[in-house]
Design a protein around this ligand. Structure first.
Ligand SMILES: Nc1ncnc2c1ncn2[C@@H]1O[C@H](COP(=O)(O)OP(=O)(O)O)[C@@H](O)[C@H]1O
Ligand SMILES: [Mg+2]
Length: 259
């Protein structure tokens, strides 16, 4: 009945532990994302959010516990074209100037036969660029972009493989308001198409109406797993336009976790 029925989980972490530089960073976390579900991973800086998602995509080794993706043990999972990943943005710019088209096309290679982009691949790349509102900039160098535009490029790259599962690490951090709106609309469209999403967020912000469930980390432990902590006010307003594409069963509970 619940959307997190373990049989339907696209991501499942059980009792996962990880150390970085001999320091425990994840101390046995459980985290599930059900098919079609949008889960926010919240918590203070340094609580282990990025480390948790990086264990899922294999960038951080785990010392204990189990991770499954689409029901398969992570170590045996090969179908990475089904997964789109947007890493946490760092301020350091890359050295090689590439165009928006080139960066986004790199996200399509997992679907391309023999690593060569065919007509359908190029169309998917163009669609992803259009989706984030950068069609007229496709030939521009990514170095010339603002922070928000750069983030849109990373998201288009993740969308280029038309993934069923999107993992985004703080996609709204340092992003201007216009880009935030584009990103929220883009994500809404992916969710409406049935994508499952794991979002690392510092605060709920404009993505809040899309979120089904929130998992809160503190010092490498899960301290909350349930309804997202709602901003007081917005949802209480009569006629509040709830953008959410599915579920109307659970009334949001105000946990006050983020206030
Ligand atoms: N490569 C690393 N080596 C050592 N410690 C790290 C490394 N990456 C992160 N950490 C530490 O792990 C903890 C969790 O980091 P992180 O997962 O990035 O937290 P969050 O994403 O919630 O801000 C922090 O204390 C951070 O300093
Ligand atoms: Mg982080």
């Amino acid at each position: 009945m619940t959307k997190t029925d373990p049989g339907e989980a696209v991501i499942s972490l059980r009792k996962v532990t990880a150390e970085l530089g001999s320091r425990p960073v994840l101390r046995g976390i459980d985290l599930q994302v059900g098919r079609g579900e949008v889960v926010a991973l919240l918590g203070a800086n340094g609580s282990g959010k990025s480390t948790a998602v990086r264990t899922v995509i294999g960038q951080v080794p785990v010392s204990g516990g189990e991770i499954e993706i689409f029901g398969a043990p992570r170590r045996r999972f090969r179908d990475w074209a089904r997964v789109g990943y947007v890493p946490q943005r760092t301020t350091a710019a890359g050295g090689v100037p590439a165009t928006i088209s080139e960066v986004v096309a790199s996200g399509r290679l997992s679907r391309a036969r023999f690593g060569i982009l065919g007509r359908a691949d190029r169309a998917a790349v163009a669609r992803a660029i259009d989706l984030v509102g950068l069609a007229d900039r496709a030939k521009d160098s990514v170095n010339a972009l603002s922070g928000g535009q750069h983030q849109r490029v990373l998201i288009a790259r993740a969308l280029a493989s038309e993934p069923e599962l999107l993992i985004m690490d703080e996609p709204m951090a340092g992003v201007d308001l216009a880009s935030q709106e584009v990103l929220a609309a883009t994500l809404r469209e992916q969710v409406a198409k049935g994508a499952s999403v794991l979002l690392v967020l510092h605060e709920l912000g404009p993505l809040e109406p899309l979120i089904d469930r929130a998992v809160v980390l503190r010092d490498g432990c899960v301290t909350h797993d349930g309804p997202p902590p709602r901003a007081v006010g917005q949802h209480a307003l009569p006629g509040h336009d709830h953008v959410h594409p599915h579920t109307a069963d659970a009334e949001p509970v105000r946990t006050g976790l983020l206030t």
